[in-house]
Design a protein around this ligand. Structure first.
Ligand code: PRP
Ligand code: ZN
Ligand code: MG
Length: 225
């Protein structure tokens, strides 16, 4: 069991959010000594350490208390919150700050050749996605009877493989959709990188460390805005 006299922040090890997340923390005055495996970085300027992980693991690490805070896409956080809700579990996280980078949207996209008359076109079809909980909730709200087919990656090729008729995935520049002859027809969620923390406040020295970190982050974010 770790002691709670240091704060531990999880960030994406490699991917779209890694560099901006590290840059933001550096600008807030945090510096780190990297370990050999480059999975754990010891905080040198402050008692705040970094854990480098897969983005999808970050909400779970916060829920389990393995990490105190995490920089993660709202899309990942919302999907896992929806999963907990569907399973009847308590809310485990909260968004502490929106960070203004990593903007994207979770959208439904269909083959270019489809004539789009509206959401009813999806009735009776299969939609490939890595976000089954957010998609299922949206389908229910829209009154669409479609099936979510879960794939952990390369969702965009599912229609060509015959695994689904359409997809629901993240769109940033739109290049991936275009390369796969798909067009965006509905936005399910607008997303950006957020600092996420546990639903319950810290009850030890981590509360002071977190509020100091937030003051510094707010300083950096106000300059950027
Ligand atoms: C997202 C998404 C698409 C791509 C879209 O992946 O899954 O593949 O980006 O971007 P574009 O519109 O600019 O082409 P991401 O990089 O978030 O990685 P992950 O899905 O593996 O977490
Ligand atoms: Zn991911
Ligand atoms: Mg992807």
């Amino acid at each position: 069991m770790r002691t709670h006299d240091r704060l531990r922040i999880a960030i994406q090890k490699s991917g779209r959010l890694s560099d901006p997340a590290r840059d933001l923390l550096a600008r807030a005055g945090l510096s780190f000594r990297e370990s050999r495996d480059r999975l754990f970085c010891y905080g040198e300027s402050l008692p705040i350490d970094l854990l480098l992980v897969r983005d999808d693991d970050i909400p779970g690490l916060i829920a389990e208390g393995v990490c105190d805070l995490g920089v993660v896409g709202q899309n990942v956080l919302a999907e896992q919150a929806a999963e907990r809700e569907a399973a009847g579990q308590d809310e485990a996280y909260q968004i502490v700050r929106s960070l203004g980078f990593g903007r994207c949207r979770l959208s439904v996209a269909v083959p270019n050749e489809w004539e789009w008359s509206g959401n009813a076109r999806l009735d009776g079809t299969r939609i490939a996605t890595s976000y089954p909980n957010l998609l299922t909730r949206w389908l229910r709200e829209q009154g669409i009877a479609a099936e979510a087919v879960v794939l952990s990656g390369s969702v965009e090729i599912a229609p060509r493989l015959g695994k689904a008729e359409s997809i629901c995935d993240l769109v940033s520049s739109g290049a991936t959709l275009q390369a796969n002859q798909l067009k965006e027809v509905a936005v399910i969620l607008e997303s950006e990188a957020v600092l996420a923390g546990p639903a319950k406040p810290f009850a030890d020295v981590r509360a002071d460390l977190a509020s100091m970190l937030l003051r510094r982050l707010d300083g950096v974010l106000s300059v950027k805005a």
